[in-house]
Design a protein around this ligand. Structure first.
Ligand SMILES: Nc1ncnc2c1ncn2[C@@H]1O[C@H](COP(=O)(O)OP(=O)(O)OP(=O)(O)O)[C@@H](O)[C@H]1O
Ligand SMILES: [Mg+2]
Length: 1165
């Protein structure tokens, strides 16, 4: 259920001044103070919000607060600016009434902050969507831009708005913002050239110099130092809590969001820079022949830079500062300007330039934020305009006069509209209207703005009048014309009562504003009203190539020369105030009256006198009086009934009929005097706050009674509920207990029964058991007796049988013994007989053998004899034959036979040689068959081997030949010198182990090689620091060797071979070798290379071979020793090879022993 709250709940003091009792200035201020001390900075006067500046951030503007106040009635919650904003927005959206929010108060009272709060609240509660959000963002971001250019630090406020601002926010029928229009009023342009002590120029100058990048400043020809610019006051250039640099970034960002182009921003900054430069231009007098003084620019540097920035010809501007052309009736006259006039012209130009730039900015923002849709708009105007300004220390001048005039007008419309609203409400509610006495300030407005004899009209008249015009002549005129006016006071007035008033100096006049008397010093009125800018200057500005500059000075266009004087400042302001008032009158007004609690700009301080002053000139007490002239308080019937229904039995707790009747019954029942209230159509009007407070008091008491009643009923209900609960619990507990007891009893009986039962069953069972046992024993006894009887019988039979068997066995044993003895005796006999037989046969065999041998010997002898006879016979026959045939042979037949025999022998010998293979490795050679062939045999073997080798070589291709040549060279270098050599003999020299041509990984490296690669291998480059090797690609061409990274193929070192002095290797079976570079050669700076490779023999042979074949190079020395020096960059390190296997395997390992020694352990062979 929604709980209806009211402004009247938990009030501190009174939330609405209308309820103040008694009503006077003191109680008013006391109430404000009381609330201020409790952080309640907002208080109402009816629908007007009084806002006290807290000078610190309070947690009352959170999104939760926005939600709290959203769609709630004005008086439903405690006073807040959000309540006013919500009321205004809702009546704009739902009732189609245009609204205006008028925020007034003196400088520093919080007007600008209030206007921002209203805008942000409306932005938070209105519709959402991409387009709407963009519009909202643009409207909100217009604030920082305008504040940068239009706000300045003053004594009263660190961020004082030095212009008046009225912003119309336009909404569509749904209440979504469409755009807006901003109007600006009277920028305090005199600040551009001069600032009072303790105050600053407009923020933008400081922001630009602090926040712009160095680059931008160079472009703008500016220096970051404030002290370099005459127009910037230095004593308060830095303001506490203001970060100009950060603000500059915010402003630039805001300009971008609002829609400024980058070029436009640049142009604006150029004009700001130009103003600063302008301030630095100084003049010196120069006498002329005609006796007149003429001004000349002192130091032309700033002038030059400014002209460069704006694209103005320097001479044109220089002339405009020295001469002035006066045109009258088609005649042109040129007069010289003296130094004072030149300074006046310079400042006038600076002021005009800045104020026009400001107006241009407003127009440009309007272009961006103006509503696009052409449909009818609902409008909410927010007016943030300078409050009443009265300087007591400083002189009030033309500006204050104008400002105060504006406030008079606002007060007038405030009174008018408040009264009108009040009256309208009375009529609406059908309540009789009683006339209200109040001070109408129309008469003061008339004093100022009357077209015939108003002060502004007279000032204009003076300005336009030919002849000498001074501020004094103006004051004289005022004295004559306004003498009779009751609100005008002057010493020279015809009214004699001021003649002796010493508080009124001669050069001043005083006006009794509605808020108090203000003394104005007349000095500068005419000048400021004229706001004169020499035409020469505007023409010079128009000649600029800077497009924005030309736009700002359209009157400088020679084609549009207008001899008419431009309207005066006062005239323009009066006109714009007129338009504003008309605009405001068509709208429903909402007022925020801002009050400043102290002059120190600090929190928690409430200066009574200062607040009293403001309360007085804002006419707030007057306002309360008007508001409660008839009836102080009014409330819709529904809310009234809802709030007070408990005061009457008939209306409590519900009233079924119409609310008005309910209120009537209620008030009658409460005996409220009839003159104290009046019944409107929808509201009840209560005349005195006291009546309301009585009702409130009774309500409070009644609420207490009601609370007691509620408490009583609640307690009764609670106790009864408790009792019922106890009772119910008791029944449950008893039931449970009874069941438990019965259960226990039953369990006992049951177990006793079971015990008895088991005992009886046991006894019975034991009886039966005894019986059965007896029977069983009887049966067993019978069986045992029978068994014993049968046993005895069986044993007796057994004994008999045993005796019988023993007898039988003794007979057979004796028989067996007898038979044995007989058999052995027979055997002995047989053995003797056999021995005898064997001896006979052996003797026989021996005899036979001897006989056979004798026969063999004889036969052999006989055979030999027969053989000898045969040979002798053969010889004999041969001899016979030879003797027979000798006569048939010639003398040399013997030689021929000899030769033939020899030939046959040789033939056989050579044919024997044919079995020898053609392999040069084959060392076999048949044994020599004859001693006489000894020499030939050895020679032949040698020649054959040479021939065979030649034949073998003849089959070689050129490459193979080269390989063998290399092998040969390797053998020449290493054979018997390095233990590694023998194992290398059988390994073919492949050269390109990496297949660098084909391997795509090395494509880049290959293409980097200019010559043919003779050898490409993976080697280890030994690191001097730890003796460890890191893999490298080793490439050798005819003219250099290259070391490259194994992974990337990137060349690490390329050494021309002429730079290589020698190569050192050990005598052992390791693959380490050092490539030593010639001292002083280009490559020597990198130091020697200590490498190791599995193909050391091949690498060194190839290196040596290139040295041998190249005509232009020395032979590369190959030094084979177990200790040699290697030059590593600066140091020489000794590499020493020792025998003895390294711990981790068969390969050699290098280890750093010290700074100068690397030790290589080579495994023993
Ligand atoms: N509601 C607020 N909460 C916190 N601080 C506030 C509030 N209102 C005003 N202030 C403080 O007071 C300072 C002055 O307020 P603001 O600039 O709104 O005054 P102003 O009435 O616009 O003055 P001027 O007429 O000089 O422009 C602000 O800079 C801010 O520090
Ligand atoms: Mg302000």
């Amino acid at each position: 259920m929604e709980v209806k709250t009211s402004l009247l709940d938990n009030m501190i003091g009174v939330g609405d001044m209308v309820l103040l009792e008694p009503l006077n200035e003191d109680s008013f201020i006391m109430n404000l103070r009381n609330r201020f001390d409790h952080n309640e900075i907002y208080t109402y006067i009816g629908s007007v919000v009084i806002s006290m500046n807290p000078y610190r951030s309070l947690p009352i503007y959170t999104p939760q607060k926005v939600e709290e106040y959203r769609n709630r009635n004005f008086y439903e919650l405690s006073p807040h600016i959000y309540a006013l904003a919500d009321e205004a927005y809702r009546s704009l959206r739902d009732q189609d009434k245009d609204q205006c929010i008028l925020i007034t108060g003196e400088s520093g009272a919080g007007k600008t902050e209030a206007s921002k709060l209203v805008m942000s609240y409306v932005a938070a509660v209105c519709g959402k969507g991409q387009e709407v959000n963009k519009v909202k963002e643009q409207l909100l971001q217009s604030n920082p831009v305008l504040e940068a250019f239009g706000n300045a630090k003053t004594m009263r406020n660190d961020n004082s708005s030095r212009f008046g601002k009225y912003m119309d926010i336009e909404f569509d029928f749904k209440g979504d913002p469409l755009g807006g229009v901003i109007s600006n009023y009277l920028l305090e342009k005199s600040r551009v050239c001069k600032q009072p002590r303790g105050e600053r120029n407009f923020h933008i100058f400081y922001q630009l110099l602090s926040g712009a990048s160095d680059d931008t400043l160079v472009k703008l020809k500016l220096d970051r130092d404030f002290s370099k610019y005459n127009y910037l006051s230095l004593d308060s250039a830095n303001v506490n809590g203001l970060d100009d640099a950060a603000s500059f970034r915010t402003v630039r960002n805001a300009m971008q969001i609002v829609g400024f182009m980058e070029a436009e921003v640049q142009s604006v900054l150029e004009l700001v820079a130009a103003v600063l430069k302008l301030g630095n231009i100084e003049f010196k007098p120069e006498s002329r022949v005609n006796g007149f003084d003429e001004s000349r620019v002192k130091d032309k540097n700033d002038l030059k830079e400014m002209c460069e920035l704006l694209g103005i010809e320097q001479s044109v501007l220089e002339r405009a500062f020295s001469y002035r052309t006066v045109e009258a009736k088609m005649e042109k006259m040129s007069t010289t300007l003296n130094v004072a006039q030149a300074y006046y012209a310079r400042d006038a130009l600076a002021k005009n330039l800045y104020s026009r730039l400001f107006s241009w900015l407003v127009t440009r923002i309007n272009e961006s934020i103006k509503a696009q849709a052409k449909t009818r708009h609902k409008v909410m105007g927010v007016l943030d305009i300078y409050g009443f300004e009265i300087f007591e220390v400083r002189d009030n001048s033309f500006e204050q006069f104008i400002i105060n005039y504006c406030n008079e007008k606002l007060q007038q419309i405030f009174i008018e509209l408040t009264l009108r609203e009040e009256q309208e409400e009375y009529i609406r509610e059908d309540i009789e209207w009683t006339n209200i006495e109040y001070f109408n300030n129309a008469v003061i407005c008339d004093l100022i703005e009357n077209n015939q004899n108003g002060i502004l009209a007279m000032l204009d008249e003076e300005c336009l009048r030919p002849g000498t015009v001074t501020d004094d002549t103006f004051l004289d005129k005022l004295n004559t014309i306004c003498a009779e006016h009751q609100h005008f006071e002057s010493r020279l007035n015809k009214n004699s009562k001021f003649l002796t008033d010493h508080s009124l100096p001669h050069s001043c006049f005083r006006i009794q504003h509605y808020a108090g008397k203000v003394l104005y010093r007349v000095e500068g009125f005419v000048d400021k009203n004229n706001d004169l800018l020499y035409r020469d200057l505007s023409q010079a500005m128009y000649k600029a190539t800077h497009s924005l500059m030309r736009q700002l000075f359209p009157e400088g266009n020679p084609a549009k020369v207008n001899l008419k004087r431009p309207p005066t400042a006062g005239f323009q302001f009066k006109a714009s105030v007129g338009v504003l008032m008309k605009n405001l009158q068509t709208k429903n007004p909402n007022y925020i009256r801002c009050i400043k609690p102290n002059d120190k700009k600090v929190a928690h301080i409430f200066t009574d006198s200062l607040v009293c002053h403001q309360v007085r000139y804002l006419g707030l007490v007057e306002n309360v009086r008007v508001r409660r002239a008839g009836y102080a308080f009014r409330q819709p019937y529904e809310s009234c009934l809802e709030r007070y229904k408990m005061l009457c039995k008939k209306t409590w707790p519900h009233w079924r009929g119409p609310a008005r009747d309910g209120v009537e019954v209620l008030l009658t029942d409460c005996s409220v005097p009839t003159e104290e209230f009046a019944y409107g159509r929808s509201k009840i009007f209560i005349r005195n706050p006291r009546t309301l407070f009585t009702l409130e008091e009774r309500r409070r008491a009644c609420l207490e009674d009601l609370a007691t009643l509620i408490q009583k009923i609640y307690r009764g209900w609670k106790s009864r509920t408790h009792f019922l609960l106890l009772k119910k619990s008791q029944v449950v507990v008893a039931a449970w207990y009874r069941r438990y007891a019965q259960q226990n009893k039953y369990q006992k009986i049951k177990s006793a029964t079971l015990v008895m039962q088991s005992f009886i069953r046991g006894w019975k069972a034991r009886n039966i058991l005894r019986q059965l046992k007896y029977e069983k024993r009887c049966k067993e006894a019978v069986t045992t007796i029978a068994a014993y009887w049968h046993g005895t019988q069986a044993r007796m039979e057994l004994r008999r049988l045993k005796t019988e068997a023993r007898n039988k066995r003794a007979v057979s044993v004796i028989w067996a013994y007898w038979q044995g003895t007989k058999a052995r005796r027979e055997l002995r006999h047989l053995k003797v007989a056999a021995r005898e037989k064997l001896a006979v046969s052996v003797i026989w065999a021996g005899w036979q053998g001897t006989k056979a041998r004798r026969e063999l010997r004889r036969l052999k002898e006989e055979a030999r004899r027969k053989h000898a006879v045969a040979i002798i016979w053969a010889y004999w026959l041969g001899l016979q034959v030879r003797r027979e045939y000798r006569k048939f042979f010639r003398a040399n037949a013997g030689k021929k036979i000899y030769d033939f025999t020899i030939q046959r022998i040789m033939q056989k010998y050579f044919l024997g040689l044919k079995t020898t293979t053609m392999s040069p490795m084959d060392n076999s050679w048949p044994a020599k068959p004859y001693g006489f062939l000894e020499g030939a045999h050895t020679q032949l073997r040698r020649i054959f081997h040479l021939w065979r080798c030649k034949k073998y070589r003849g089959q070689f291709t050129e490459e193979k030949k080269a390989v063998y040549e290399e092998k040969l060279e390797a053998s020449e270098i290493f054979k018997d010198k390095k233990a590694l050599y023998p194992s290398s003999v059988s390994q073919p020299f492949k050269g390109d182990y990496l297949e660098i041509q084909k391997n795509p990984k090395y494509q880049k490296l290959n293409s980097a090689m200019e010559e043919k690669v003779l050898l490409a291998d993976l080697v280890n480059k030994i690191n001097r620091a730890n003796g460890k090797g890191s893999p490298r690609l080793f490439l050798l061409t005819k003219s250099n060797f290259v070391l490259a990274d194994q992974k990337t193929g990137q060349v690490k070192a390329s050494v021309p071979l002429p730079d290589l002095a020698s190569v050192s290797v050990s005598t052992q079976s390791d693959g380490f070798f050092a490539l030593k570079l010639k001292e002083g050669s280009a490559s020597a700076s990198k130091g020697d290379f200590l490498l190791s490779s599995e193909h050391l023999i091949e690498i060194i042979t190839k290196l040596h071979r290139i040295g041998t074949t190249a005509a232009d190079r020395d032979q590369i020395n190959i030094d084979i020793s177990d200790e040699f020096l290697v030059q590593f960059k600066q140091d020489k390190v000794c590499v020493k090879f020792i025998q003895g296997g390294p711990k981790n395997g068969n390969s050699a390992a290098c280890k750093r022993k010290n700074n100068r020694l690397l030790e290589v352990s080579v495994p023993s062979p």
